[in-house]
Write a protein that binds this ligand. Structure first.
Ligand code: KE4
Length: 430
């Protein structure tokens, strides 16, 4: 493995002109104790850095690249669209086609609005829920991440409901005083909050399978409970499926668990690697959005023809038979073999997975059901593991509290490369 001389040089320059040298904090690799590589290119399941080092990529751009890097059909679709123009700010057929595909695939979505990111999707869905219900308060779950809109940036409580503590400077208390944060998978605390505040709560927003505290699975009765108690009180249930949408299947988590939210937020995969977000759901709610309704939301590049071309082609390919079964088979193999290695080298960890996404929580045993439990992970060990894997040509998430993904491009050999890299890492670290 060559040294990352050019990456280091680029990072120094980047830090002079970009805050932290990155355009999204997690990319700075601070929590794993190293400087970031700079990528030159990707193909299939592999990426190359600017120093010519190659890596099997299990981040997949944080989820969008379920088909792998530079899928030929996706690239061809984008290039064909580019030859016709990059943006018009005038309706194009592509955005209607992508909207139709989403409506046809996602059970609860009757109408959908395309935006440019997951943050825009969740921010708009919450505004819509507040406008539709004429209520102010929102409920979110500790450890769930819905993008960086002010309403979501609240301090995570520890095992209790917390109200309105800004999670970042610049977020005024007046904004977050209407945000209630409760523990995931805790029906009692949620019930208490709804009993006390239910009439003032516009929506509950949840990652049906949280992946931003690492992958955490809902208790069997948790999502049905969530649906029941919100329906009883006229509270809008928002599924943030920016990660799980088209990841767990064409119908996402709501199809997987057979729970119908009122609104759904999407992103990542529906753009095939280009910037697309979306929010959609019941027509009676979506008709409240401008220009038909009074709730305002807009975007210069929303429904961009090149981005929607990438999304359309991606969803077309995902609709082919057997895709999700193959993705799951590959992730299940990786997880089972990782468990064997952890046992062989006596590495304490819990691995949680669903479909083609997983997280290995180091330093903890037993099921991780919420953020408090996830936070007990050994992030120092994770950092060492990350650095060893990088040396061994495997790129995993530069944070313990993220998911690893396999794509259709990951071969069985790629998975064995990751397992061999893990074994050599455990030999050193355990
Ligand atoms: P974006 O604004 O980053 O497109 O989406 C925000 C978002 C919303 N909802 C969920 C469930 C999400 O996971 C995200 C963004 N995911 C993170 C990684 N887990 C993006 C990586 C980053 O912030 O750089």
């Amino acid at each position: 493995m060559q040294r990352n001389l050019l990456s280091e040089k680029f990072f120094k320059t980047a830090q002079r002109v970009i805050p932290g040298g990155v355009n999204s904090p997690v990319r700075a690799c601070k929590s794993v104790g190293t400087n970031p590589i700079f990528v030159e290119s990707g193909s299939g399941s592999w990426i190359w850095d600017v120093d010519g080092n190659s890596y099997v990529d299990f981040v997949c751009s944080w989820g969008p690249l379920i088909l792998g890097h530079c899928h030929p059909d996706v690239m061809a679709a984008v290039k064909k669209e580019a030859d016709k123009g990059t943006s018009f700010g005038i309706p194009t057929w592509n955005e209607v086609r992508l909207a139709e595909m989403i409506v046809n695939a996602v059970p609860s979505i009757e109408k959908v609005r395309l935006v440019n990111s997951g943050t825009e999707a969740t921010m708009s869905a919450v505004r819509l829920a507040r406008g539709f219900t004429n209520r102010k308060k929102i409920v979110k779950f500790n450890g769930c991440y819905h993008g960086h809109a002010d309403s979501f940036l609240v301090k995570a409580g520890s095992g209790v409901a917390t109200l309105g503590i800004p999670g970042s400077p610049g977020v005024p208390e007046e904004i977050v005083q209407n945000t209630i944060a409760v523990p995931f998978n805790d029906k009692e605390i949620l019930q208490q909050v709804l009993d006390q505040e239910g009439d003032d709560i516009a929506c509950v927003i949840v990652e049906p399978v949280p992946a931003n505290m690492g992958v955490v699975l809902p208790d069997d009765d948790f999502l049905p409970f969530l649906r029941k108690v919100t329906e009883e009180r006229g509270i809008i249930l928002i599924f943030d499926e920016v990660i799980t949408g088209f990841r767990l299947g064409l119908g996402g988590a709501q199809e997987y668990f057979d729970i119908m939210p009122d609104l759904t937020c999407l992103g990542k995969i529906i753009g095939g690697g280009l910037p697309v977000g979306a929010y959609g759901g019941r027509s009676d709610i979506m008709n409240y959005i401008a220009p038909d309704g009074p709730v305002y939301q807009a975007g210069t590049l929303s429904g961009n023809p090149m981005a929607t071309a990438a999304g359309i082609k991606t969803l077309e390919i995902l609709a082919r038979p057997g895709i999700y079964e193959t993705l799951k088979e590959k992730m299940d193999y990786l997880v089972e073999e990782l468990k064997v290695l952890a046992k062989k080298y006596d590495v304490t960890c819990t691995i949680q997975n669903i479909g083609s996404m997983m997280t290995c929580f180091f330093g903890v045993e037993g099921q991780i059901k919420n953020f408090d439990q996830a936070a007990k992970s050994d992030t120092d060990f994770y950092g060492k593991y990350f650095r060893q894997m990088l040396k061994n040509g495997v790129y995993i998430a530069p944070s313990q509290f993220e998911a690893a993904f396999v794509s259709m491009a990951h071969s069985w050999d790629d998975l064995d490369i990751a397992l061999e890299a893990t074994e050599s890492s455990f030999k050193i670290l355990a």
